[in-house]
Design a protein. Structure first.
Length: 263
């Protein structure tokens, strides 16, 4: 039967890809956290349409000196390039102290129903060695610095809410945007003095990626800007990766008194 032959061919291709992934991870420990399998569509041929039909994304001028170099290979801008490693931290919200900032980014707003998303996996980000321009280790005072939140493939993903206004009614400056991830900054300087939120494994709206790349190529004197709880893409699979930083330091994204207040 033609259907049977096709199935056997498909199965052989999947086995080959898995074999390559395992061999790559064995040869290079860093690849375990940075190897991405191709997206497999459903049996009906359905695929994720990332276009949100939004062509009116705004932008704001950047204060101070713009970033230099390629953002694709900048570990401070691109979380996927920096990499992270799965660990065994508790997959639940944790209480780490009092509420320090009532205006901090609130992660429930990343979802249309503003739910407390289930934590599927926990990770540690790699520290970066500037001398070799390579990952150093995963040391952190926190048990987790990246979390994988449960989502439905194709689910619309939004920016977190915050109590800040960086100008024009916007809450975030887009420091980085690609087909699979975004980096949001509460601030106008092209740096890391305030909160930075990384969201990976999201198919970012192509119009937003196009605008970001256009403004980056023009010298980053302006960058795209987004409001709180503003849709910017769709989940690529059943988990999105989220990390948060303040003044450059990666913090624990499970903290209920910071990013999940009242939960």
């Amino acid at each position: 039967m033609k259907t049977t032959r096709f199935f056997h061919l498909f199965l052989a291709i999947v086995i080959l890809l898995l074999t390559i992934a395992v061999e790559t991870a064995a040869a290079d420990p860093e690849a375990r956290s940075r190897f991405y399998m191709p997206v497999v569509t459903s049996g009906t041929g359905d695929s994720i349409d990332c276009d949100l039909n939004k062509s009116d994304y705004g932008s704001l001028s950047v204060s101070g000196s713009p970033q230099q170099g390629d953002p694709e290979t900048n570990p401070d801008i691109n979380l996927g390039y920096r990499g992270y490693e799965e660990n065994n931290a508790a997959r639940k919200l944790v209480t780490l102290g009092p509420v320090w900032d009532k205006k901090a980014p609130q992660f429930p707003a990343m979802f249309g129903d503003r739910r407390t998303a289930r934590i599927r996996r926990t990770y540690q980000r790699y520290r970066w060695d500037d001398d070799c321009d390579c990952p150093k280790d995963t040391y952190s005072p926190w048990d987790a610095t990246v979390i994988g939140l449960a989502v439905q493939p194709g689910e619309k993903i939004y920016t977190p809410d915050s109590g800040y206004d960086i100008g024009g009614g916007y809450e975030y400056q887009v420091m980085y945007a690609s087909e699979t991830g975004i980096t949001l900054y509460i601030g106008r300087d092209d740096d890391y003095h305030g909160y930075v939120v990384h969201i990976d494994d999201v198919c970012v709206d192509p119009d937003l990626v196009k605008l970001y790349r256009k403004l980056h190529k023009a010298g980053r004197e302006e960058l795209p800007a987004l409001d709180g709880h503003e849709a910017f893409g769709r989940a690529l699979n059943s988990e999105i990766k989220v990390a948060v930083r303040d003044t450059g330091h990666f913090l624990d994204p499970r903290s209920r008194n910071d990013w999940w207040q009242g939960r």
